[in-house]
Write a protein that binds this ligand. Structure first.
Ligand SMILES: [Zn+2]
Length: 68
């Protein structure tokens, strides 16, 4: 089953094919993006914050090692 798309060029709605019937824009790549499985957004943000904190601690430790 194909997702119904809205043409980004002419705003025609509920397009089922890969080509817009109104302006003949190729919507294949847009369809691939829309039909990608959605990922949970909370997990990657937590990972980014943890990596940022780890880099901060590592930077503080390294600066102390090199100063003394
Ligand atoms: Zn169109």
């Amino acid at each position: 089953m194909k997702t119904k798309l809205t043409c980004p060029v002419c705003d025609r709605q509920e397009i089922v094919d890969d080509i817009c019937p109104n302006c003949e824009t190729n919507l294949h790549l847009m369809r691939i993006l829309v039909e990608l499985p959605s990922q949970p957004r909370g997990v990657p943000v937590v990972f980014v914050v943890l990596i940022a904190i780890a880099c901060l601690i590592l930077g503080i430790l390294c600066s102390r090692v090199f100063v003394y």
